[in-house]
Structures are given as structure tokens and as C-alpha cells.
Design a protein around this ligand. Structure first.
Ligand code: SF4
Length: 100
């Protein structure tokens, strides 16, 4: 084992995640056709689509990426956003308006 400091000064020094990690899914509402493919494929029921909005609950999401793989319109991408903590449960829920 090497000697010396092996920990990082996070969060004082920002952590840059590796390429390809699965952080929060991102929804491009210009591409979304609200066909519910992502809602149906999600293994944790983290996505709910209503007539006028799409809700993603990051408290339920396990960052598997299935929604991004399944979307036929390429409206979902996995970001490297990993700092998702919230002091309130509803702070983990993101709501996106569906364009009609
Ligand atoms: S990444 Fe996985 S768990 Fe999270 S919303 Fe997409 S399908 Fe659901």
C-alpha cells in the first residue's frame, strides 16, 4: 500500500466523475412524445407521465439507464449529475411540462 493522503477534499474540491457514469436521467421535452415507453420500462416506477407533465422521482431512480435505452425518440439521456441530495423528499421529484 502506498503512503500519504488517499482521500479527496470533497466537497471543498469538486469531484469530477468518470465519463460514462449514470447520474440523473435528463429529459428533452422537445423530443418527448409522451408515449410512456420510459414509464413502462422503469423498474422502480420512478417515472410518471400525466397528460401535461412528466415526473421523475430521483428518490426511486436506481440510475439503471433503461429509460434512456428504451426511448424511441432519444428524449432521455443519462447525465453525470450525482449530487442529488435534498433536505426534503419532494426535492427529489423533478417535473417537466409536456409540450402539446
Ligand atoms: S434510470 Fe432506470 S430507475 Fe431511473 S428513471 Fe430511468 S428506468 Fe427508472
Amino acid at each position: 500500500m502506498g503512503k500519504g493522503v488517499v482521500t479527496e477534499r470533497y466537497p471543498n474540491i469538486p469531484y469530477v466523475p468518470h465519463d460514462g457514469i449514470h447520474g440523473a436521467p435528463s429529459f428533452n421535452m422537445d423530443k418527448c412524445r409522451s408515449d410512456k415507453t420510459c414509464e413502462e420500462i422503469c423498474p422502480t416506477d420512478a417515472i410518471h407521465i400525466e397528460p401535461d407533465q412528466l415526473c421523475i422521482d430521483l428518490g426511486l431512480c436506481i440510475f439503471c439507464g433503461d429509460c434512456a435505452l428504451a426511448c424511441p425518440h432519444h428524449a432521455v439521456t443519462m447525465t453525470n449529475e450525482f449530487e442529488l441530495a435534498s433536505k426534503r423528499r419532494k426535492g427529489l421529484v423533478r417535473v417537466h411540462a409536456i409540450k402539446q
